[in-house]
Design a protein around this ligand. Structure first.
Ligand code: ADP
Ligand code: MG
Length: 609
């Protein structure tokens, strides 16, 4: 069973290859073969769209526009300039791909439904250009007389052309599988589930989104070119908004984010209209009703939901016997911190509207220490962590990390310099396995790029194996080996916190920021956490702990900073801080100074001056 599920994709590819070879004979007539060719073209398009929708979590409703760009490029080059099939295919892909970059640009600002609107707008614009630029596109009449496709000078008959499209579809499938099972696939999934966590691991979220858009645009362009040479004629009505919807439906109905889903979806939605012809006028009604029912019964699409059900009956088996617990130094070498001062905040101020969340904060962190950052709720502790880790932009002041001015750097750049962090509300990649959560943390450590991953070059495989081992070792280090193949969301809360620390270690941090790591933990889990933090510190990692659990933070911190109302009110050793009258007033006020702060502190409204 294990073998089957791991090699299902390749098994499927072999079966599909055999089917493709046999199809011209099975189909029998030209009309049927044309239908199957079209189905494969849609499959290619859906596979590309899956990278965007399924892996990266971005919805595009403008895919027909990219399909049209590929198709018109090929039709114009072939009819006007006499270009052959192969040059048309390449140029169609390149041209459509460059529009992918254009489409990716808005993602810097807009997400979700707003992004969907941008892609719809794109589709409308392309359709309109195809209609109005008469001299180039032939308007409603379109472009006909596209020559027969040739390869190496030989004309391709229907059967040969079907094989070529089949080969392209198999290639698109292989690329899809290889991207999914690579650092790019993991980083895309990670980005779609928690953008800030992905960035905190050194993943350049914008670059990754652009890559996803370009990949989906290139495949849509290729599909458009293949369509032109199949149909020999194109006109604007082939690339309307309803086609964009259909392409998106193929991915979602089949199962977004799965490798087989787009294939099943494209097949099903190509077949369905043929099947439904018997319903006459009620065809569209039945079509809609079927879609609604399938999505209700199988909410993650046909393949996605089937995989979930299989997973329930055959839970993830452990593939690794847990080896010896390797010392951290062997798993991720961290190296000397360099310099006396690890992190310095100078006169940092940050406002949210009228609220000064940070007000001229000055703080210094020596290399190698454990630094406690405390203060009542709403004091600005998380804001300070967000400001120094590149998540928030400060209004004024500077941040220096390892002697370099990093004030204007973004989260992923800081991560690559060795700043890692966890979040007050855990930001795990919930739908990914525990192993993949940590594995994704090694993203920026790879040397081989996209083509190495797609072609599964030996150097890439070697790197994959190395980082997979390291990720497993990190899990072993924090005691989560047994859960490596579970989804992160299925872990108990205490383990989720541990997983977040293990993941942060993957970036080989020189500085680790922990935002309330003990919140929600049981006493024995807190004891474990304390040991873990001390172990990490012994390893040479500088650590900042934001914590309400006074016993813990007082016990482990060599230095402390106390914030209140966005201002530093005290600094010093745990003992000094405890004695400070300002701290006692602001924070410890009551005799239960070792207990968490009173609940009324939560109320921000009361804190307004
Ligand atoms: P702490 O972590 O010390 O409990 P925070 O840093 O989360 O406090 O918050 C400091 C203040 O800034 C609070 O009053 C909070 O409501 C406000 N704040 C934090 N983040 C934001 C944000 N993204 N937008 C607006 N206000 C915020
Ligand atoms: Mg906080």
């Amino acid at each position: 069973m294990m073998w089957l599920s791991r090699n299902l994709n390749w098994l499927f590819a072999v079966v599909a290859a055999v089917l493709i070879l046999a199809m011209p004979d099975i189909a029998g007539n030209e009309y049927a073969l044309r239908f199957y060719t079209l189905m494969l073209i849609y499959t290619i398009l859906a596979l590309g769209l899956n990278v965007l929708v399924g892996y990266t979590g971005l919805v595009s409703l403008g895919q027909a526009g990219l399909y049209a760009i590929g198709a018109y490029t090929a039709a114009i080059l072939a009819t006007r300039l006499g270009f052959g099939f192969v040059p048309c295919l390449i140029l169609g892909m390149v041209f459509a791909g460059s529009f992918g970059i254009l489409l990716a640009y808005p993602t810097v600002r807009v997400r979700g439904v707003y992004l969907a609107v941008v892609t719809i707008a794109f589709g409308i614009i392309v359709e309109n250009i195809a209609i109005e630029w008469d001299s180039l596109t032939g308007s409603w009449v379109g472009i006909s007389n596209v020559p027969k496709p040739t390869l190496l000078g030989l004309p391709l008959n229907h059967k040969m052309y079907f094989y070529i499209v089949g080969g392209c579809a198999l290639a698109a499938f292989a690329v899809n599988v290889n991207i999914m099972n690579s650092r790019f696939g993991r980083a895309m999934l990670a980005t779609s589930q928690s953008e800030i966590a992905a960035a905190s691991l050194g993943i350049n979220v914008t670059a990754l989104r652009t890559l996803a858009f370009v990949l989906s645009a290139v495949t849509a362009g290729a599909a458009g070119v293949l369509y032109v040479f199949l149909n020999k004629y194109i006109s604007p009505d082939i690339f309307s908004f309803s086609d964009s919807i259909r392409f998106l439906l193929m991915v979602i109905l089949g199962g977004a984010g799965t490798t087989l889903g787009p294939v099943v979806g494209a097949g099903a939605l190509s077949y369905l209209p043929e099947l439904l012809q018997q319903f006459g006028e009620w065809q569209r009604f039945v079509y809609g009703a079927l879609l609604a029912i399938v999505m209700f019964v199988l909410p993650r699409g046909i393949v996605g939901s089937a995989a979930d059900i299989l997973h329930r009956f055959f839970p993830a088996a452990r593939r690794e016997t847990d080896g010896d617990k390797r010392p951290l130094g062997e798993i991720v070498s961290i190296g000397p911190a360099g310099g006396e001062v690890c992190l310095e905040a100078k006169d940092l101020s940050l406002h949210f509207g009228g609220l000064a969340a940070l007000n001229n904060v000055n703080a210094q962190l020596s290399s190698g220490e454990i630094h406690g950052l405390i203060g009542p709720n709403g004091a600005g502790k998380s804001t300070l962590l967000n400001a120094v880790s590149g998540i928030y932009r400060v209004n004024s002041g500077r941040v220096f990390f390892l002697g370099v001015d990093t004030t204007d750097m973004r989260s992923h750049q800081l991560a690559r310099r060795g700043l890692a962090r966890t979040f007050q509300n855990t930001e795990l990649f919930q739908e990914m396995t525990v192993l993949d959560n940590v594995w994704a943390g090694f993203h920026s450590d790879y040397r081989t790029g996209l083509f190495g991953a797609i072609l599964r070059l030996p150097s890439y495989r070697k790197e994959e194996e190395k980082h997979r081992r390291a990720a497993l070792d990190l899990l072993n280090f924090v005691g989560l080996t047994d859960y490596a193949y579970e989804k992160a969301k299925s872990l108990p809360f205490g383990f989720q916190r541990k997983l977040e620390i293990a993941r942060a270690l993957a970036v080989r941090p020189k500085l680790l920021l922990l935002d309330e790591p003990a919140a929600g933990l049981t006493q024995s889990e807190i004891d474990d956490l304390r040991d873990l933090i001390i172990q990490l510190s012994d390893h040479g990692i500088t650590i900042v702990v934001v914590e309400h659990h006074m016993e813990l933070v007082m016990a482990i911190s060599s230095q402390m900073t106390v914030l209140d109302y966005g201002e530093v009110i005290a600094k010093g050793t745990a003992a000094e801080v405890q004695e400070d009258p300002k701290v006692i007033e602001a924070y410890f006020g009551s005799p239960e100074m070792l207990a968490p702060p009173p609940e009324e502190r939560l109320d921000d409204a009361e804190r307004e001056p």
